[in-house]
Design a protein around this ligand. Structure first.
Ligand code: TA6
Length: 282
């Protein structure tokens, strides 16, 4: 079937890919940023947060869903915060339907990206939905003549009913960089991460699986190839200061991000790398 039949107009007139698996689970992915904006598991409800004040336009990032961060995580480098991949249009390469539905989107270097970051690259984002699972894989290849290094993330905004009743389990005993406290290194001695206010932590070499636990439901967040994990919620003051977030939006989101940052990826000509985040709705 023609892959373009899966593209429908989304907010702001931006094209999005509508994926529907045979069991009723679904995902929507904007071509803008290869941005997963919706995930509904089979028989379930929306599991990704999307800001009601999100902006849908070239050069901007959609607030919520799963922004793709590449080739630089946050301000760790000379580029614009979180790199450029989340704010440019990707191309739909392939769509498959069946018990699982999947789409692959691609971004390759252009004059525009080389003006910002002077490297030849191919970035593929593959999104697979089926049953209780959403899997998102980012693959980066170096087809050029020179090596490069990068950092990256899947900056996943999970929807939660109430951030104050949400806990992230699985990170106890780990070292983390506390960005909310000005970038100091700390050790997590609590059994779970809770959100009394702003939380912005980079956990180094995190376990492959965490659980985002709410009173009524749990989301298991797994990762492969992304060694680090970021847990972020802006809290009330910084949340209200975000122009593209409704004032109490912070209450309904918890970012649990698959990240490669502590040891940036180095790709020689011809080499490639991939990492995945797997979300399971319980
Ligand atoms: O991943 C956490 C973080 O780096 C936070 O420091 C916070 O600023 C967040 O990303 C959102 O960044 P953005 O550029 O999308 O506003």
């Amino acid at each position: 079937m023609d892959k373009h039949l899966f593209i429908t107009p989304g907010a702001g007139g931006l094209g999005k890919v509508d994926l529907h698996a045979a069991d009723g689970s679904s995902a929507h992915i904007y071509l803008h940023g290869a941005h997963v904006a919706s995930w509904i598991p089979a028989g379930g409800e929306e599991r990704l947060f999307l800001s009601q004040a999100a902006e849908y336009q070239a050069g901007k990032t959609i607030r919520g869903g799963i922004p793709v961060v590449f080739p630089q995580f946050s301000g760790f480098g000379a580029l614009l915060k979180h790199g450029f991949a989340r704010a440019v249009t990707w191309e739909l390469i392939d769509v498959r339907t069946g018990p699982q539905a999947a789409a692959r989107l691609r971004l390759v270097d252009s004059a525009e990206t080389r003006a910002i970051w002077p490297h030849a690259f191919t970035a593929d984002l593959t999104v697979t939905v089926g049953g209780p699972i959403l899997a998102v894989e980012l693959a980066i290849a170096n087809p050029g003549p020179a090596p490069f290094s990068f950092t990256a993330a899947l900056h996943t905004y999970l929807a939660v009913d109430d951030i104050h009743a949400t806990a992230v389990e699985g990170l106890a005993g780990l070292r983390y960089l506390d960005a909310a406290a000005g970038g100091i290194e700390a050790m997590d001695t609590e059994p779970a991460v809770r959100f009394p206010g702003e939380v912005d932590r980079v956990y180094w070499d995190a376990p492959r699986q965490m659980r985002v636990v709410e009173p009524q439901r749990t989301t298991v967040v797994g990762a492969e190839g992304f060694p680090d994990v970021v847990v972020w919620n802006p809290g009330p003051a910084k949340g209200a200061a975000l122009a593209d977030m409704e004032p109490d939006g912070y209450r309904r989101m918890a970012c649990v991000e698959a990240v490669v940052l502590g040891r940036p990826v180095w790709l020689e000509p011809g080499q490639s790398w991939s990492g995945r985040q797997i979300l399971a709705a319980l």
